[in-house]
Design a protein around this ligand. Structure first.
Ligand SMILES: CC(C)(COP(=O)(O)OP(=O)(O)OC[C@H]1O[C@@H](n2cnc3c(N)ncnc32)[C@H](O)[C@@H]1OP(=O)(O)O)[C@@H](O)C(=O)NCCC(=O)NCCS
Length: 162
């Protein structure tokens, strides 16, 4: 069993694992939030690792003006608190960078993500109907279906005050 507090935090310098995960689960390593595109290959990433060196969670974030954008948050060991620890690390990093808000994007299918973020204090801030369809017309590899085969069309944004 994982003890989230025992995981070791590192800045991710070799992003191969994160980019491969994003390509597999999202179809691109670019993410659109607030009508702005972020390439996870180019922005900061953090990782949590077990003592044995196994990856437990990966996150990618960046700062624009006074808002921090959470561009990816992936747990590789679900249901044991590692994503909560990873999110907390991003929140602290964003606060240290003097961000006032943290914003994230979810696709319409992502009910587990919606639950996870709202349980952590995020509030819904925007809905962009068909944004993912438009994005897919530029990047055709973006997934067409997601959680429980729900068709992926729309972008939901959530934010929290820091
Ligand atoms: C959404 C996602 C990040 C959640 O990851 P996770 O590792 O399962 O999440 P956690 O284990 O940290 O938290 C889930 C639950 O486990 C509970 N939990 C279990 N063991 C725990 C422990 N030891 N310590 C703290 N919490 C624990 C938490 O309380 C939480 O329940 P709650 O939300 O009802 O309070 C994960 O499903 C995922 O990677 N999804 C795919 C990518 C994605 O959609 N990311 C979001 C958009 S970028």
């Amino acid at each position: 069993m994982i003890v989230p507090a025992d995981l070791v935090l590192h800045v991710v310098t070799d992003k191969h694992e994160l980019l491969a995960l994003m390509l597999r689960e999202w179809g691109s390593h670019k993410m659109m939030i607030d009508l702005h595109t972020y390439d996870v290959a180019e922005i900061d990433a953090l990782g949590l690792y077990t003592e044995a060196g196994e990856t437990a969670a990966l996150a990618s974030w960046t700062l624009r003006d006074d808002t921090a954008y959470l561009c990816a948050l992936h747990s590789l060991i679900p249901g044991e608190g590692v994503a909560i620890r990873m999110l907390n690390e991003v929140i602290w990093a964003a606060r240290r960078a003097r961000a006032k808000k943290l914003r994230a994007m979810l696709t319409n299918d992502n009910i587990p993500g919606l639950t996870f973020y709202q349980r952590r204090g995020f509030r819904l801030s925007a809905l962009y109907p068909e944004a993912i369809d438009v994005y897919r017309s530029v990047i055709p590899s973006i997934i067409k279906t997601g959680y429980r085969d729900i068709p992926v069309h729309d972008a939901l944004e959530l934010e929290m005050e820091l």
